[in-house]
Design a protein around this ligand. Structure first.
Ligand code: PLP
Ligand code: NBG
Length: 824
């Protein structure tokens, strides 16, 4: 029953008007006509029709915020994993049904048109997708906010499999342009790099002058971000790098036509490609240049906007501007703002530092030691000589004043807290710089935020009580339920308000139907229909036949040893072995579905993909197991594939080693769509279990304390290998040629790694993981109990709405309120 105050967007035009607009754009913008137009052309015509509303929203929003001189937040992120935008924009504008009907009138299917859009994959995984959900929520909450990032020409690589191995292909998301972006050459900036620093004396006072060796132009591309309801439309501003002077005219005139392009080619490599490493810093000069390039351009942009309103008086700068660092990737923005304030604006160090600290806040997304960014001091000195001096000064003042006051004469603490790590090669610790230069530091789930305080920055937490806080991650229910699961959304709308995509706590209202036989039947029928759709996708992508009556057991995320896809694999092999030993082994048919990209240089991750593919090949073609077991590895996992898979999942595999997954967000999406979490007590799994009730998830394995205890005792994987016959048998199975006929040993490295090192303790959790799977099997056979648990999951996930996360940031970190744009 829609409520009177519903936040659901109202359609602003009729089907006929939308249809006319699409046809008008097809003819006048695309230069084609109905009989001839390709689906791609139709897609672009629909985009153009939508953009009539979107661009108007951008102007209205910008005008309101400028007129009110509103405080704004700037979300600095090297990654935004946006996916496709059309369906989201239609839903947020309230135009989806209108567009659907309009296309039907034109003899077309909107769903087919949506498939024509490339994913905008300017991110690796969780961190980038979180940034995308967050900017959706910032617009929905009417917060004056700008997302800042890089306009990569090539996003995350496209993954193919060749004989079971991952092959990387370039991503061409804007090969034929993108309908959603507008270039804003009038707002371009310049970014300087390299060179040397000179000390100049004015009347005896020393002043630093940086003589840069290179200049890049930063060209902004704006992607409108439509809030739910369409009232506010913010922008995501992505910087493209270009050479400062396109031609070196002297070289050109002396006959070197091709050489004249040399500088421009180098400059353009800065925004050419996204580094495909998830959770591992690349440590390459180009990456540092990317980080500085977008940080410096963004700060210059914020400064330009401020000065346009306030002139050279910077006293209100920090009151009007918040900047959020999405991990340490933009940490160089801290010394950059200091450089601008001190060197360019002539502020005193103390004043500039107070403003800088008041402006920045930092989100930590990982505790993995190998993932914490450090840059060789020598590299920073080469690329950003003035910034290195500023970092030294920040560090000296921090150690000599704040640390010395708290721990007088304690060199051990100073060494630990110093931004500079001593050693044969000195390194700059970006996490330290971020924490020291920010007013607030947050982790991304309760357990993670506690570990940030306890293990990562215990002294800083003691030095600044209250500075370290938690903001549990969230996901936008618009994309991750309303748009991707229309059947379930319709069912929800039938039983509760239609504005649940804005107020997710309304889903609580479903709890009263959890035991209602009729509702259970409808809910399960929807899951089945979604699975039937997935059966077709699986067939199309892999040529594997699966049945929608089997349990769809899904693990989708980047491939990483800490996420333990190989634990899943060992259990699959154990099931296969049980079925070979006893063909009547009692289990409900299961389809194990994987989606995961490995970083191209991550050998073990690629070996695991290969092993899963090889086991899959054998299992799927073995008639002896009577289709009780299927293994599917879908190639090229990305946002648009996630949107198809998540509504069809029965089981959500969240099996990281406790303490390693900071939060996870895939876990939230799957649980909201009614998959039962099979997980460890890690990241946000803990909070999902809390919200949905421990009885409605299946938890297994060691907890953080157990992991620490085992490490302290001395972990020996060989003990577990020898101590469990089934585990030993499946590990040994990897050695011969059973899965790689005629080529023995191809999978042996996976076994060796586990038996000799097992850095993420797969073996100790194996037994308890197998038991957890037994629980899943029995629960599924009791369809009423399963339906009940799934419904309660859907009904209980309001906490994980990214609107809640963003409201927390706004209240506790940014201290700002929404400013609704004027209606006209
Ligand atoms: N990759 C894609 C395409 C996603 O949509 C998500 C989140 O749902 C992730 C990666 C992150 O997954 P996880 O939280 O399981 O690491
Ligand atoms: C990832 C964590 C995830 C978390 C996302 C978003 C990095 C460095 N970290 O657990 O591993 O969900 O960030 O916070 O990518």
């Amino acid at each position: 029953m829609p409520s009177k105050t519903s936040a659901a967007p109202k359609p602003q035009l009729t089907v006929k008007q939308f249809q006319d607009s699409v046809v008008k754009h097809l003819r006048s913008t695309l230069g084609t006509y109905e009989e001839k137009a390709s689906k791609q052309a139709w897609n672009q015509a629909v985009s153009a029709a939508i953009n009539e509303f979107v661009f108007d929203g951008v102007s209205r929003t910008r005008k309101t915020h400028a007129a009110k001189d509103a405080r704004a937040v700037h979300y600095l992120s090297l990654e935004f994993l946006m996916g496709r935008l059309m369906s989201n924009n239609l839903h947020n504008l309230g135009l989806y049904d209108i567009a659907d009907q309009a296309m039907a009138k034109l003899g077309l299917n909107l769903a087919d048109i949506l498939e024509e859009e490339s994913d905008m994959a300017l991110g690796n995984g969780g961190l980038g997708r979180l940034a995308a959900c967050f900017i959706d929520s910032m617009a929905t909450l009417n917060l004056p906010a700008v997302g800042y990032g890089i306009h990569y020409e090539h996003g995350l690589f496209r993954q193919e499999f060749f004989k079971g191995r991952q092959v990387e292909r370039p991503d061409e998301w804007r090969e034929f342009g993108s309908a959603w972006e507008i270039c804003r050459p009038e707002s371009q900036q310049t970014v300087k790099l390299y060179g040397y620093v000179e000390t100049v004396y004015d009347n005896g006072a020393a002043r630093k002058v940086w003589h840069p060796g290179r200049t890049l132009r930063a060209i902004p591309w704006d992607i409108p971000i439509v809030g739910y309801g369409g009232r506010n439309v913010n922008v995501l501003r992505l910087w493209e790098s270009r050479a400062d002077k396109f031609f070196d005219w002297d070289v050109f005139n002396s006959g070197g036509y091709v050489d004249a392009y040399a500088e421009s080619v180098q400059a353009e490599t800065v925004s050419k490609v996204l580094y495909p490493n998830d959770e591992t810093p690349a440590g390459k000069e180009l990456r540092l240049v990317q980080q500085y390039f977008f940080s410096a351009a963004s700060i210059a942009d914020v400064m330009r906007r401020y000065k346009a309103a306030h002139g050279d008086d910077l006293t209100k700068f920090a009151d009007l501007n918040a900047m959020q660092l999405n991990d340490t990737h933009p940490a160089i923005a801290i010394p950059e703002l200091m450089r601008v304030l001190v060197d360019e604006e002539g502020l005193s160090w103390d004043k500039a530092w107070a403003m800088t600290r008041q402006t920045f806040a930092y989100t930590n997304h990982t505790l993995l030691p190998e993932a914490l960014e450090k840059w060789p001091l020598k590299l920073i000195e080469k690329v950003l000589p003035r910034h290195l001096e500023i970092i030294f000064e920040i560090n000296a003042r921090f150690l000599n004043d704040e640390v010395e006051n708290k721990w007088p004469g304690n060199d051990g603490v100073k060494r630990k807290l110093s931004i500079i790590e001593e050693g044969s090669d000195q390194m700059i610790r970006m996490g330290h710089l971020s924490a020291i230069g920010s007013h607030t530091v947050n982790g991304v789930a309760q357990i993670h935020s506690e570990l940030v305080k306890k293990d990562l920055f215990p002294e800083l937490n003691e030095l600044w009580p209250g500075k370290f806080v938690n903001v549990t991650n969230g996901i936008t229910p618009r994309r991750w339920m309303k748009a991707c699961n229309p059947r379930l959304s319709t069912l929800i709308e039938k039983h509760i308000d239609d504005d649940w995509p804005r107020y997710l706590d309304k889903l609580e209202g479903l709890k009263k139907f959890a035991d209602d036989a009729e509702f259970q039947k409808e809910y399960m029928a929807i899951k089945h229909a979604n699975k039937e759709d997935m059966v077709k996708v699986i067939k199309e992508l892999t040529d594997i036949d699966v049945s929608a009556d089997a349990i769809f057991d899904v693990q989708i995320k980047r491939l990483h040893e800490y996420k333990r896809q190989h634990l899943n694999l060992l259990h699959i092999m154990a099931l296969y072995r049980r079925l070979l030993i006893d063909p009547n082994y009692d289990m409900h048919p299961r389809v194990f579905i994987f989606g995961a990209k490995a970083a191209p240089g991550y050998k073990m991750a690629k070996d695991i993909i290969f092993a899963i593919n090889k086991v899959a090949e054998k299992v799927n073609n073995d008639p002896r197991i009577k289709d009780k077991l299927k293994v599917v590895f879908l190639p090229n996992y990305r946002v648009s594939l996630a949107e198809k898979l998540i509504p069809a999942a029965d089981v959500s595999e969240q099996i990281s080693l406790a303490g390693k997954e900071a939060s996870g967000t895939g876990n939230m999406k799957l649980a909201l769509n009614g998959a039962i979490t099979l997980g460890t007590m890690d990241g946000a799994n803990i909070e999902i279990a809390e919200e949905a009730g421990r009885e409605n998830v299946v938890i297994f394995g060691m907890e953080v304390d157990d992991v620490v205890a085992l490490q302290e005792k001395g972990y020996n994987p060989g003990d577990y290998y020898r101590g469990n016959d089934e585990l030993k048998a499946v590990l040994d199975w990897l050695e011969g040629d059973f899965f790689t006929p005629g080529e023995p040993g191809l999978l042996a490295e996976v076994k060796r790694n586990l038996v000799e090192q097992d850095p993420f303790m797969v073996l100790p959790d194996f037994e308890s993981y197998c038991e957890a799977h037994q629980k899943i099997d029995s629960l599924y056979r009791d369809q009423k109990a399963w339906a009940r648990a799934a419904i309660i999951n859907t009904a209980s996930l309001a906490k994980f709405n990214s609107d809640r996360s963003i409201a927390d940031y706004a209240d506790y970190i940014w201290h700002m309120k929404g400013v609704p744009a004027a209606a006209k």
